[in-house]
Design a protein around this ligand. Sequence first.
Ligand SMILES: *[C@@H]1O[C@H](CO)[C@@H](O)[C@H](O)[C@H]1NC(C)=O
Ligand SMILES: *[C@@H]1O[C@H](CO)[C@@H](O)[C@H](O)[C@H]1NC(C)=O
Ligand SMILES: *[C@@H]1O[C@H](CO)[C@@H](O)[C@H](O)[C@H]1NC(C)=O
Ligand SMILES: *[C@@H]1O[C@H](CO)[C@@H](O)[C@H](O)[C@H]1NC(C)=O
Ligand SMILES: *[C@@H]1O[C@H](CO)[C@@H](O)[C@H](O)[C@H]1NC(C)=O
Length: 216
Amino acid sequence: MDTKTLMFFALFHLIFFLSPSINNALSTRKIRARKPYKSLVFYFHDIIYNGKNSHNATAAIVGAPAWGNKTILASQNLFGDLVVFDDPITVDNNLHSTPVGRAQGFYVYDKKDIFTAWLGFSFVFNSTEHKGSLNFAGADPLMNKTRDISVIGGTGDFFMTRGIATLMTDSFEGEVYFRLRTDIKLLFCFLYTTGGDGGSNLSYYHSATLAVVHYI
Ligand SMILES: *[C@@H]1O[C@H](CO)[C@@H](O)[C@H](O)[C@H]1NC(C)=O
Ligand SMILES: *[C@@H]1O[C@H](CO)[C@@H](O)[C@H](O)[C@H]1NC(C)=O
Ligand SMILES: *[C@@H]1O[C@H](CO)[C@@H](O)[C@H](O)[C@H]1NC(C)=O
Ligand SMILES: *[C@@H]1O[C@H](CO)[C@@H](O)[C@H](O)[C@H]1NC(C)=O
Ligand SMILES: *[C@@H]1O[C@H](CO)[C@@H](O)[C@H](O)[C@H]1NC(C)=O
């Protein structure tokens, strides 16, 4: 992530949190963390259904252009293919490590003349270390070594977070398997200061006293 990106987030963040009405509504307390951001690294593993691997496929083509089909990714840089996935997330690059959660969402190949996609997905955690989810969205120009997408929010441990995730293709095996390294940098997060069920109870969030952790 370059300095310009960080500056943009810092500015956005300042404008958002200096607004008195927002501050009052949430009755927040600000905590400044020692590090400029919270850093997390995960890998997720995508095995695309190819007509023969239904037992271990974690992704399926659910939409294809008229010149393609749902078994084989389309010609013209896969343009028009829409893939839904439910991929295991691991902390190292081994597909067989115990997953800490699932990456769930879709990608759509959206340019005819180059190989590029648009991603919309969540990390749904299920581990002792992390509870809740992180939501991601953004353009993924696959030919670039690193690609930045937005962390647009979260729940549980990551309640209302914002940040950036740098994706790197860690492995690519034909048209069946790929592994993405995801370097996540969260710029701030909310913390509950009293009890809570850690996730889904919205009325709880409205009544709770929240603390904003500023990572920047
Ligand atoms: C999926 O299963 C097939 C058949 O057992 C195997 O050859 C392949 O390596 C598996 N794919 C992955 C990514 O583990
Ligand atoms: C899908 O398209 C590929 C490539 O054109 C073709 O080989 C395959 O037979 C098609 N599969 C189906 C189920 O139509
Ligand atoms: C979460 O992990 C536990 C223990 O590994 C497992 O039993 C459970 O099915 C998992 N839940 C989900 C939603 O994946
Ligand atoms: C991807 O790489 C190309 C060529 O190096 C560069 O021009 C482009 O700005 C990069 N795109 C993104 C989104 O980083
Ligand atoms: C949500 O949290 C509030 C406050 O803790 C509690 O009174 C309420 O029963 C919870 N609602 C649900 C549906 O869990």
